[in-house]
Design a protein around this ligand. Structure first.
Ligand code: KG4
Ligand code: ZN
Length: 367
């Protein structure tokens, strides 16, 4: 097991461009492995993609090219540092929209080359995995639910880069389900936060929705049945109150599935791990209050401590990339200038190769 134990304080610039946020951050990791975020700049492209109801890869890549320099400059200014203060530069190298990933990775390579400092090509999912460590001390090992727009998986995380996949979605990611159902309710992109807003005060029991995989073996997820059922109901709704109740019912159904499947994973994990049991939820959907509450309830009932990043570190950001890079740098895990941008890059490559199609159906494009 690898536990980050820095020999000296490291200062990392992180760069994130894998989807629709252009982000740069500066993070310090001290001798005791504690992180300090000096600044975290996130320039969202939401307005550029909103007319299309989702992220358009070509628009995203162009927007990253246009603003990446300014976002990095702003991060260095806010941190009050020159480039000579950096111990290394960490950039997301995948998985994600490859045109955008290439922009951030190239910027990272250019800075590393010009300054003669190490480059660390970071897996975006590893960034999410360490995100709860940005503003709290969460020791390895832990059970992780990574739940975002492109990913929905349960992982046993032993240390830096040491993940074992326990389960993942067999169709859509939870964030994708939030986004697609929100669209059928006429809500703007991104749908998750909009649906959470609409659900406030709604009756979560009003519309019975499918409970996929309930009681089934394993730790996989499925959201496509829920999506179809919700779309069918949405077509019949007339009043604002009905829409509010459907939003609350959908949110409740997603929270319930996430907590039920996670409870299953907790059983598997607890059988393997004696002593302290930690549970971490990360990714954009971890920003949802109902989801957090359901998972916290499950964790505490099963003897796990509960950890979630603060809301600003749930959705995509570069602070998590800088921290993942710093933890890798401590272990000497740096990258060459030939590091490639990867549209797909599973955290647990062994599991992904051994079981590429899941037990129940096709893996989602980004699962
Ligand atoms: O982690 P993230 O920013 O990007 C990916 O790596 O995918 O996650 C974005 C996803 C979107 O699907 C968005 O709708 C969802 O997270 N999301 C939420 C909330 N905030 C973001 N879903 C439900 N409730 C929220 N409050
Ligand atoms: Zn993400």
């Amino acid at each position: 097991m690898q536990e980050a134990s820095a020999m000296k304080t490291l200062t990392l610039l992180g760069i994130e461009t894998s989807c629709d946020e252009t982000a740069a951050a500066v993070v310090r990791l001290d001798e005791d492995g504690r992180a300090d975020v000096l600044c975290s700049v996130v320039a969202s492209q939401v307005a550029a993609h909103a007319p299309y109801g989702g992220v358009v890869p070509e628009i995203a890549a162009r927007a990253h090219v246009e603003i990446i320099d300014g976002v990095i400059r702003q991060a260095m200014d806010e941190a009050g540092l020159g480039f000579d203060a950096l111990s290394g530069v960490a950039a997301t190298a995948g998985p994600g929209l490859v045109g955008g990933v290439m922009v951030g990775l190239s910027a990272g390579k250019a800075i590393a080359l010009a300054r003669g400092i190490p480059l660390i090509a970071v897996n975006h999912l590893e960034g999410h995995a360490v995100s709860a460590r940005l503003d709290a001390e969460v020791a390895y090992p832990f059970l992780l639910l990574l739940v975002s727009g492109g990913h929905c998986q349960l992982l046993s995380v032993a240390g830096v880069g040491a993940c074992e996949r326990l389960g993942s979605t067999i169709d859509d990611a939870a964030g994708e389900a939030f986004d697609k159902i929100a669209k059928t309710l006429g809500l703007p992109y991104p749908g998750g936060p909009a649906l959470e807003q609409l659900a406030m005060g709604g009756d979560a029991q009003r519309y019975p929705l499918p409970r996929a995989l309930l009681g089934r073996e394993g730790c996989d997820f499925s959201f496509s049945g829920l999506k179809t059922a919700a779309a069918r109901i949405a077509d019949t709704l007339a009043t604002g109150a009905e829409k509010r109740d459907l939003a609350a019912s959908v949110q409740g159904a997603i929270a319930r599935q996430l907590s039920e499947r996670t409870a299953h994973a907790m059983g598997v994990y607890a059988a393997q791990h004696k002593g302290d049991r930690r549970f971490v939820v990360a990714g954009g959907v971890a920003a949802n209050a109902a989801v957090r509450a359901a998972l916290q309830h499950e964790a505490l009932a099963r003897g796990f401590s509960f950890h979630a990043p603060s809301l600003k570190y749930c959705t995509d950001n570069a602070a998590m990339i800088a921290l993942a890079g710093a933890e890798r740098l401590v272990l000497g895990l740096t990258s060459g200038m030939d590091a490639a941008a990867r549209p797909r890059w599973p955290l647990d490559e062994a599991a992904a190769i051994a079981n590429p199609v899941g037990t129940y159906g096709r893996k989602g494009a980004k699962a």
